[in-house]
Design a binder for this molecule. Structure first.
Ligand SMILES: [Zn+2]
Length: 210
């Protein structure tokens, strides 16, 4: 999948009006960018004052299956004392990727073969959840790993499990990952007829996506 080099990481595209929390471009051509911007919008629901994260899970034919942001579990009070205490927050907060997976589970949506678009590179625990949910692709513009990952300080474990589980990682701004394949339009066979299903990396043009 080729990557448009002119597209800056979402995290770098902030304005004073948005106070660095969200910036949406006027237009995007690519499904990847479309869903990643959606994940950025999802992140604004986060109660984490220091690190809002958003995730969107999408089917292989570009249907949004689930979303999640990082925060305390449903029904648990968003206690400011907890959210402002880094040590305590790390112990109790539910990550965006895990929440997106659990939200799908809550209403019985299968994620086999789906992709996850996330504003930060997943931690080891979320990588394991991504694998176990059957998600086969991660897309992010994050250019670094999360340095507080408690069980994977050197990030070797998450790299290993993603590699061995054959999860495709598209992180074009991350020094440890590079685009690995060109944009292709996959042909999907349907009994009695043949139709083209645009790949997630393909342009939006001419496709309503609805
Ligand atoms: Zn995580």
């Amino acid at each position: 999948m080729s990557i448009a080099k002119s597209v800056p990481p979402v995290s770098e595209a902030s304005t004073p009006e948005t106070q660095g929390r969200i910036t949406i471009p006027d237009h995007v051509d690519r499904w990847d960018e479309y869903f990643l911007n959606m994940a950025k919008v999802v992140s604004i629901k986060s109660k984490d004052p220091k690190c809002p994260v958003g995730a969107v899970i999408v089917s292989d034919d570009n249907i949004v299956l689930s979303t999640g942001f990082n925060g305390l579990a449903r029904g648990v009070h968003d206690d400011e004392e907890i959210l402002l205490n880094a040590d305590e927050k790390l112990k109790v907060i539910c990550h965006a990727e895990h929440n997106a997976i659990m939200n799908a589970s809550r209403i019985g949506i299968a994620l086999q073969g789906a992709a996850i678009f996330v504003t930060k590179f997943p931690c080891l625990a979320c990588c394991n959840s991504i694998i176990q949910a059957g998600i086969t692709q991660i897309y992010t513009h994050d250019n670094e790993f999360w340095n507080d990952d408690p069980f994977d300080k050197d990030h070797s474990r998450k790299k290993r499990v993603l590699h061995e589980a054959h999860v495709k990682v598209d992180a074009p701004y991350h020094p440890e990952f590079k685009p690995t394949e060109q944009i292709v339009v996959r042909k999907k066979r349907v009994p009695g007829r043949e139709t083209n299903v645009p790949a997630r990396g393909a342009k939006l043009e001419g496709d309503s996506g609805a």
